[in-house]
Design a protein around this ligand. Structure first.
Ligand code: CS2
Length: 487
């Protein structure tokens, strides 16, 4: 028997469930990119407010594959959240996603929902590459195939940006105010990045639309919760615990954080009641999170994968890894952060190390290693740029970048192929696959100015730091390189 509204009353005691009547919920949010992260984060904050304010149900849109819709539609959008760490676990069935749409199959249904007057917020978790931007500059990549397609076919868009601008155009024609655009991806000043790409796309479509796009609200947000991909053994464990099948449960940790700029002209859910924090400027929080959490995560993932660690917890247990990550955060990244009032950064870092050690989450290093070309600029390279300007050391950060270079070249330490997932995987392979000497590998990567930008790409000290780190990785291997950091 399958989890659904009809079987909710069969859930065992102790499993959380919607505390409101799902049939009374109205759709107020369209979410683009209905992946695991959204379902462990924004959908859960929203779940907590629906009993008091049922106007904020979520229409979940997949921009690529029908998988989520196929899994959740037969379950009326319900899914199980499993929150776990070394201390224990908790199960909750979440019901805030009340509609599931698959954009490639029916773009019109998505546009209709986005243009509906009841829709007041359009939120996004489409990953870094979904913004079709140049990661080093944050501006729209006008040659991106999806952007070229959407400019030629504005009424059948493929990209998030194409959907947003077409929906805004329809709302304008119908005399409906624009929705608030809420970016929930790990990008610095993510609301600004989104607004920049949307405005540029609108300009390319039609100057009248550009004016409209200039006026929309795009509050920035900092989102945080670790959410590994669900496995078949997770599904089996949930089926056993519930006595009901759930085609796509979500695994996560107890920690969750959401910092949001309060700029919602058409209103918003009272997410603060679920623990979200509203501030005037998110930029400093985002920088803290990207540079400390995500910068460490990527470093752990590449070095860990190369040393044979399948998960983050295994990577943390490699001799030297924890000391490396602790030093990277404390000595190299923290000094680049602006003052953060009311935040104890030492406690924040200690918490991160504890979260990375979570023995219950099987967070694969391979998962985090994906899309390095899109992630490194804001996770490691911006920090390095600031350290260079300050005349300060950055050898651990450089080791993280060198580990990416070794990883993305596509061969592991035993010469086996790595399944590198990156929008630039083929380009990288073309640049470095047949290059052997570390110096030449570094030089080939540094030609990618959409990743490194001209400053870093031409910095002699940066190049030297990378050559040193990569030489060591190639000659000694990742595990031995890490051991040198062991205290
Ligand atoms: C991770 C993030 O996959 C990755 O690149 O670094 O998804 C990370 O787990 C989240 O940002 C945590 O909030």
């Amino acid at each position: 028997m399958r989890l659904s509204r009809l079987t909710l009353d069969r859930l065992p005691e102790g499993v959380g469930r919607p505390g409101y009547d799902p049939t009374c919920v109205i759709i107020g949010i369209v979410h683009l990119g209905i992946g695991a992260f959204h379902r462990a984060h924004q959908a859960v904050f929203t779940e907590a407010v629906l009993a008091d304010d049922p106007a904020w149900g979520i229409s979940g849109v997949s921009l690529r594959s029908p998988d989520t819709r196929d899994a959740l539609k037969p379950q009326d959008g319900l899914y199980t959240l499993k929150i776990q760490d070394g201390q224990g676990e908790q199960l909750q069935v979440v019901g805030s996603i009340v509609e599931l749409l698959c954009a490639p199959e029916d773009p019109e249904a998505v546009l209709r929902r986005m243009a509906d007057p009841a829709t007041r917020i359009v939120s996004l978790t489409i990953t870094e590459k979904g913004y079709c931007h140049n990661p080093a500059t944050g501006t729209l990549d006008e040659n991106h195939p999806d952007i070229v397609h959407d400019l030629g076919n504005p009424r059948q868009p493929r990209s998030a940006v194409g959907f947003i601008v077409e929906a805004l155009a329809r709302r304008k024609r119908a005399g409906i105010a624009p929705f608030t655009l809420l970016c929930c991806d790990n990008l610095p000043s993510n609301g600004h990045v989104l607004k920049r790409v949307v405005t540029r796309f609108a300009e390319l479509r039609d100057p009248v639309l550009a004016d409209l796009a200039h006026g929309i609200s795009c509050p920035s947000t900092m989102v945080d919760r670790i959410v590994p991909a669900t496995t078949d053994s997770d599904r089996d464990a949930i089926a056993t615990a519930l006595g009901l099948e759930d085609a796509w449960p979500i695994m996560t940790e107890p920690f969750q954080q959401w910092v949001i700029e309060d700029d919602f002209p058409l209103g918003r859910p009272a997410w603060e009641e679920a623990g979200a924090v509203f501030v005037d400027d998110v930029a400093v929080f985002e920088m803290m999170k990207l540079r400390l959490l995500n910068g460490s995560h990527s470093t752990l993932a590449y070095l860990g994968y190369l040393a044979g660690a399948e998960t983050v917890a295994e990577a943390m247990a490699l001799p030297g890894m924890e000391a490396l990550i602790e030093g990277l955060m404390r000595e190299e990244a923290t000094p680049t952060l602006p003052p953060l009032q009311g935040i104890d950064l030492a406690a924040y870092r200690a918490d991160l190390l504890r979260r990375f050690r979570n023995p219950k989450l099987r967070h694969r290093t391979w998962q985090i290693a994906m899309d390095g070309s899109q992630k490194l600029p804001q996770r490691l390279l911006g920090t390095i740029r600031d350290r260079l300007k300050a005349g300060a050391g950055y050898s651990r950060l450089a080791l993280g970048v060198a580990a990416w270079m070794r990883y993305a070249r596509g061969l592991d330490e035993r010469g086996q192929a790595i399944d590198v997932r990156d929008p630039h995987a083929a380009r990288i392979a073309g640049l470095v696959r047949d290059v052997v000497e570390p110096e030449r590998i570094v030089d080939a990567y540094l030609t990618m100015q959409d990743v490194f930008d001209a400053d870093l790409a031409t910095s002699a000290p940066f190049r030297l730091a990378l050559v040193r780190a990569l030489t060591r990785l190639v000659e000694e291997g990742s595990a031995a390189t890490l051991r040198a950091y062991a205290r």
